[in-house]
Design a protein around this ligand. Structure first.
Ligand SMILES: Nc1ncnc2c1ncn2[C@@H]1O[C@H](COP(=O)(O)OP(=O)(O)OP(=O)(O)O)[C@@H](O)[C@H]1O
Length: 483
């Protein structure tokens, strides 16, 4: 019996990935890549491949893992497995803890989690000056995504699937290889990975497509995954062209920006082909959306019907968009602002450098454990958005949370007993609506820091401190400086 070496298969896999990187110009030698590692097979293979390419391409790599703690201990095991994978490869890792809570009227928890993840990863990339964020989607993910969209009745935009590059930042180097190829690469490399046991509706549908529909389609067309990926590429080309045409029409229709939205001539709009009318509206609605999620076909159709025939203002069920008519003019703007999925108490990991996002004030907290010597420069130049504490006095769990009635605090540099947080907020004139979303860093023995406002006396670094916790707030907060 012929013995087949594993090397040709591995080489073929790497060749496919490198070809996609070159053809699609995913990154260039010398760039800094942030690799999103969930611990699953795809991103584990991605991290492994990029680590292999790094020396020759002179790449700088940083891994990022997001832990939402949506699956309890299992989420922590995923985090531990990514930490150990990165340690073994000397790959610098940032762990992000994100908490997402669904509110009525919002999209699914999975969709919120994904949005929060991309948002946090983009901010991290900016902070560490990474040129690209690499994610592990494969050709199978592409095929499943297209079929999911097809089931929802999507048009061309949905069927064009996921691009190799999104918003010139997110890259998908594995999009041209199949899951089978990824699994055989992992086997050859003896790399272990984590299986996601989540059974949420979206994942459930995807799993049924993966395990029931795809085998049927493969029996009819063995290369269905590749065919779908190739169709997606062709459709995306069409999509790019139509986008350009739509943008040209849009700029001719829109007269003046109106309250963050647009004002359009309804008579000129009515003369467009219905296909173009839908595209114009989709583009406007998408641009109004912070997350730039494509509105569904029903939403676009409701908006189109209003513009062509409606009288009264309507609220479109897409991120609270409001349509108003004045004569033959109509305006599309955001309705009342809805807060993002609010974060409740989030545990802050202290063992590894980590980032925790606080949606309330659109802020991120970077946490790092330092020796006394390493902390010295930060102690000498303390700033409102940065604080250093004695890590042993702080202890664990360290939590980021909102203000709670009854919270007390002992402000550094202020004589006397502890103070009610409520009174401190009044002293520093923090408006009432801001108090509910302002973050509070709390240890088991009390509040450590009210970022941008005051540090607590009890947790500050002393002469005998050896381990220090450096916490830096990025974005939002109080620009004026600590009082
Ligand atoms: N918790 C996470 N932390 C960091 N990156 C993530 C996380 N979840 C997903 N990603 C990134 O997004 C990509 C797609 O996510 P999705 O949940 O669809 O994963 P998947 O196809 O099951 O991939 P994987 O096998 O890597 O989990 C992943 O390959 C990974 O790069």
């Amino acid at each position: 019996m012929a013995v087949r070496s594993v090397r040709p298969a591995r080489t073929a896999f790497l060749k496919h990935v490198i070809l996609a990187i070159r053809r699609q110009r995913l990154f260039s030698p010398g760039q800094h890549l942030l690799i999103a590692v969930s611990g699953g097979p795809d991103s584990t293979a991605l991290a492994s491949v990029l680590t292999r390419l790094a020396p020759k391409w002179r790449l700088r790599l940083t891994a990022v893992h997001v832990n939402y703690r949506l699956r309890g201990a299992e989420s922590d095991e995923d985090e531990a497995s990514v930490i150990s994978f990165c340690k073994g490869r000397k790959l610098p890792l940032r762990v992000l803890r994100l908490a997402v809570a669904k509110r009525s009227g919002q999209s699914s928890l999975q969709a919120l989690a994904r949005e929060a993840r991309y948002d946090a990863m983009k901010r991290l990339a900016e902070e560490i000056e990474a040129d690209r964020i690499a994610v592990g989607h494969t050709a199978d993910d592409q095929a499943e995504t297209m079929l999911l969209w097809m089931l929802r009745g999507a048009g061309l935009t949905g069927l064009a699937g996921m691009p190799f590059v999104r918003d010139s930042t997110v890259i998908r180097p594995l999009l041209a290889v199949t899951r089978k190829q990824v699994l055989s690469y992992l086997k050859q490399e003896k790399l272990s990975y984590r299986e996601d046991s989540s059974n949420a509706t979206e994942r459930y549908k995807r799993n049924r497509i993966r395990h029931e529909l795809m085998p049927i389609l493969s029996s009819l067309s063995p290369k269905i995954v590749t065919h779908l990926q190739q169709s997606a590429e062709l459709l995306r080309e069409d999509e790019r062209y139509l986008d350009q045409v739509t943008r040209e029409h849009l700029s001719a229709l829109v007269t003046s920006p109106d309250n963050g939205g647009v004002r359009m001539d309804g008579r000129a709009f009515a003369l467009l082909h219905p296909a173009l009318q839908r595209r114009v509206l989709r583009m406007v609605l998408r641009n109004l959306d912070d997350i730039r999620r494509a509105p569904g076909a029903r939403v676009v159709e409701a908006a189109r019907r209003f513009v062509l025939s409606g009288r009264r203002p309507v609220c479109v069920p897409h991120r609270n968009v409001r349509l108003m008519r004045q004569g033959h003019w109509f305006s599309i703007a955001r309705g009342t602002h809805s807060a993002p999925g609010m974060l409740q108490a989030i545990e802050v990991p202290v063992a590894v450098p980590s980032v925790v996002a606080w949606a309330g004030t659109n802020t991120q907290f970077h946490v790092q454990l330092l020796s006394r010597q390493e902390a010295e420069p930060f102690l000498r130049a303390e700033m409102a958005n940065r604080a250093v504490f004695d890590a042993d006095l702080v202890g664990t769990p360290l939590v980021l949370r909102g203000w709670r009635p009854g919270d007390r605090f002992k402000p550094a540099g202020m004589k006397g007993k502890s103070k009610k947080l409520q009174d401190l907020f009044t002293d520093v004139k923090l408006p009432r609506d801001k108090r509910t979303v302002h973050p509070v860093l709390a240890a088991p023995d009390g509040i450590v820091w009210i970022p941008g406002i005051r540090r607590d006396e009890r947790f500050l670094v002393r002469d005998r401190s050896t381990r220090c916790l450096l916490v830096t707030m990025i974005g939002g907060g109080n620009e004026k400086g600590e009082r």
